[in-house]
Ligand binder design. Structure first.
Ligand code: 5RP
Length: 210
């Protein structure tokens, strides 16, 4: 099980400062969608340059023109690129094909997918690398989480790695770990804490214990 730090509400210098604090306690750093919108793929490039040993995920949430966008994110140095589960199969296949060419990985974000089990089976058959259940900020705001969806994909996914994101904090981490995803994605649960390093260290410890 790995820990990914999601950076959504920062600019590039702030992102780099933040990662310096927690670097040794995370496996993957995510350049979040709002950061890509504000700063472009330059944010991915700068992060990879600053931390060549960390895996960098570009949260592009691709919906179309997938092969091209995966190629551009790969050129910027992303190791993992996200596409939406709601995208057409043709787009998912294009993303997977381009990622293979570039020796990169594709994470599918299941945000807003209604029939999670059916879509997860289809995506698994296409050959994506990760399937991630995700409660975005707008549904977190009304008290939702993805813990039941995580159990659902764990039941049906045979090949892809499983991941979970959306409002995970220290107090909910044990419940997430119990479901045994391959990847736990935490944003505000670390970045919103006064002692980010201690929080990331504690989360890493719990995750490594499994
Ligand atoms: O992709 C995202 C929002 O669309 C976030 O990166 C993801 O939800 C993780 O952040 P948090 O733990 O703060 O919810």
């Amino acid at each position: 099980m790995e820990l990914q730090l999601a950076l959504d509400l920062v600019n590039i210098p702030e992102a780099i400062e933040l990662v310096k604090e927690v670097e040794e306690h995370i496996d993957i750093v995510e350049i979040g969608t709002p950061v890509v919108i504000n700063e472009g793929l330059k944010a991915v490039k700068e992060m990879k340059k600053a931390f060549p040993n960390l895996k960098v995920l570009a949260d592009l949430k691709i919906m179309d023109a997938a092969g091209y966008e995966v190629m551009k994110a790969s050129e910027a140095g992303a190791d993992i690129i996200t596409i939406l589960g709601a995208a057409e199969d043709m787009s998912i296949k294009g993303a997977v094909e381009e990622a293979k060419k570039q020796n990169k990985k594709i994470l599918v974000d299941m945000i807003a997918v209604k029939d999670i089990e059916t879509r997860a089976k289809e995506l698994d058959a296409i050959g994506v690398d990760y399937i991630c259940v995700h409660t975005g900020y707008d549904l977190q705001a009304v008290g939702q989480n993805s813990f039941e969806d995580l159990k659902a994909i764990k039941r049906v996914v045979k090949n892809a790695k499983t991941a979970v994101a959306g409002g995970i904090k220290m107090d909910t981490l044990p419940e997430v770990i119990k479901a045994n995803p391959d990847l736990v994605i935490v944003g505000g649960g670390i970045t919103g804490q006064d002692d980010k390093k201690a929080t990331a260290a504690e989360m890493q410890k719990l995750i490594k214990q499994g």
